[in-house]
Design a binder for this molecule. Structure first.
Ligand code: ZN
Length: 409
């Protein structure tokens, strides 16, 4: 299969498996200008699949950076109603939502964090209808990566622009299992997820205890009605889709009130183009109370301070150290990829689908049940080669979950 054919297979995977696009349905794509060639392939594929209308909202991170540098803080504190309506109206019409992702990992380095946080808050508030539709299983959604010179150049700084872009494309498609029949490969991928989830859900764990030689010694509480999810998920009306391509993680939303101890990072965290590296966070009663970092301490503290819920955990994800993404040996400098290379935790919002009956509750009810609520959700990677995770049941008995960075069984 040549490179061109492979790109088309990848577009097919995104449309048919990621978005599970149905005939007559709308597709709403957000994509960076630089991905125009690939995005056009996706649009063509979507119409081939019977899409009623495909709408593309183009973005440009270079212009966005200029706005952050020059516009006053107040500009970021509100989102103009027409911008919010563009997203909100799409979910109202039942569109599938696709985010084609490509980000220069350093494009926002040095930007005033107050502006980034204000912008995240304003968008969360104005586009609540949009985000709720995704979170509560009303619309399908998918995030998938595309290689661009600005991103690839940061991942492979020693290669020429052309070589770097091509090498990142290959890595993106390798980790997305793009072969001659990627849709079949993803059906098989789903089956392994389903077996792991069934085992974890049958254990009814009350807590997880993490330890590693880097100093990690941390216990997080799990909810009685919590559920382990991973692979794909179903909308409330039963459409099965894959929200992340690639994905290797099995995850749950922990008890927002129970996390104690210290966790050390295993990989850098890239947040809106700013890097946080070699850091740790200490928790008490579910709350991040102290942190430090060799690089980007202010960014990390900024994330913790975004709102009332951003100091608490919304996700615990399990990924074996030998995950195909870790195996590439590439640090993608992007959470969609790097989170699938390593066990991680996330500060901020929890997932309704990780709570029994969660789709029937609203955010406030979920929060009362112990699923965290926040305008943000930021993953950080803690999975080292020697990470051990022990499951603790309500009666105090212990079940090994991870030993030396991978599944205990
Ligand atoms: Zn995750």
């Amino acid at each position: 299969m040549d490179f061109d054919e492979r790109l088309d297979k990848y577009a097919e995977l995104i449309v048919y498996k990621g978005c599970a696009l149905q005939g007559g349905q709308e597709l709403y794509i957000t994509a960076p200008l630089q991905t125009v060639d690939f995005t056009r392939r996706v649009v063509r594929t979507a119409y081939g699949a019977g899409a009623r209308q495909v709408t593309v909202a183009w973005s440009d991170e270079v212009c966005a950076r200029m706005t952050y540098d020059n516009a006053p803080l107040e500009v970021f504190e509100t989102l103009e109603p027409w911008k919010a309506e563009r997203s909100n109206s799409m979910v109202r019409r039942g569109a599938a939502i696709l985010n084609i992702l490509s980000e220069d990992p350093e494009v926002m380095t040095g930007v005033d964090q107050a502006k980034i946080i204000a912008s995240a808050r304003a968008s969360h508030a104005a586009c609540k209808e949009f985000y709720d539709a995704l979170d509560f299983g009303r619309n399908v959604w998918c995030i998938a990566g595309a290689s661009t010179p600005d991103w690839a150049g940061k991942v492979f700084p020693d290669l020429s622009e052309e070589e770097a872009t091509r090498k990142l494309w290959d890595a993106i498609m390798d980790t997305a299992r793009v072969d001659s029949d990627p849709c079949a490969a993803w059906d098989a991928h789903r089956a392994t997820f389903d077996a792991r989830k069934a085992w974890l859900n049958s254990q009814h764990l009350d807590a997880l205890h993490y330890t590693a030689s880097n100093g990690t010694d941390f216990t997080v509480g799990l909810l009685e009605k919590g559920r382990w999810e991973g692979g794909g998920q179903a909308t409330a009306d039963g459409t099965y889709f894959f929200p992340n391509i690639p994905t290797e993680e099995i995850f749950t939303s922990p008890d927002r009130m129970r996390a104690d101890g210290i966790v050390h990072s295993a990989l850098p965290l890239i947040y809106n183009g700013a890097r946080v590296q070699d850091f740790w966070v200490r928790f008490e009663d579910g709350k991040a109370v102290e942190c430090d970092a060799e690089v980007g301490r202010d960014v990390l503290q900024g994330i913790i301070d975004i709102d009332e819920g951003s100091c608490r955990l919304g996700e615990c994800a399990l990924i074996p150290y030998e995950s195909p993404i870790r195996q590439t040996g590439i640090l993608f400098l992007n959470t969609l990829y790097d989170e699938n290379a390593s066990c991680h935790l996330a500060l901020g919002k929890g997932f309704p689908d990780c709570y029994e009956g969660g789709y029937d509750l609203d955010s406030e009810q979920l929060e009362q049940e112990g699923v965290n609520e926040s305008a943000t959700h930021v993953d950080f990677m803690i999975g080292t080669e020697d990470l051990c995770i022990t499951g603790i049941k309500a009666d105090g008995s212990e079940v090994p979950v991870f030993v030396d960075g991978t599944w205990a069984e």
